[in-house]
Ligand binder design. Sequence first.
Ligand code: PMP
Length: 285
Amino acid sequence: MADKVWLGDKLVEEADAKISVFDHCLLYGDGIFEGMRCYSGKVFRLKEHLDRLWDSAKALHLEIPMTREQVTDATYATLKANGHDDAYIRLVVTRGCGNLGLDLDRCKNPTVIIIAQGLSLYSDDLYVKGMKLVTASTLRMPSSSMNPRIKSCNYLNNILAKYEGTIAGCEEVLILNHQGNVAECSGDNIFIVKKGVLYTPATDSCLLEGITRAAVIEVAAELEIPFKERTITRHDVYISDECFLTGSAAEVIPVTSVDNRIIGSGVAGPITTKILAAYRKMVRQ
Ligand code: PMP
């Protein structure tokens, strides 16, 4: 639980952190967000998260009512007010209040919300034994409709896909794009390893360009693991030697079963384990 939440231009008690029913973020999912991590008092890759937030805002004609410096200060103020050195941070910018129509020119006052909480996502043993995935029948939205590079508050595509996994007893789902190739998962990017080479779907595969994805690509270079971005099919995933997901919350988490095909030896593989360890070191540097 967060005790204090940043709302608009100040910190308020959690019980008072409320927005209007006329905010288009509530009425239409019209808003943008970032999910970030703070490690030992420092927000990991804050600049990259703010770059992505500002890019999402630009694509949606949304004017963020604060400067990057103000958002940075507000983020650290929220962490401090809740006594967090290690936390998950949710940064949201809502479209603001309008009427019941869709006209965004009538929406005044986008609202910045910052929530900092302790994190408990996956258990430690899942980082060894790995997650099970199934392929969702819900496809990733094509970029011509709603570009997945925009991190918007409309996550219904992801929610519906993820629930298919829940029904199947899986923690995550493999999501395909309209070409039938692998895009990503409901809240994470995906990597595979084949014959010592690390692969991830290219950015034109309909995916969110994860900050963790970029950090893992850097980690792989430091570890001298050969890496390629390319089109990945489900078959490539089934026959991979290793598979793992990346995301700010999950960090680097192994996948050991996809659509009932055991991946590699059925536990976290050696390259995944190496990358996870190097990533965990990197975030605290
Ligand atoms: N893809 C989707 C759909 C996501 O929502 C996220 C973030 N939860 C990611 C990938 C991973 O992004 P990041 O590494 O920036 O957290």
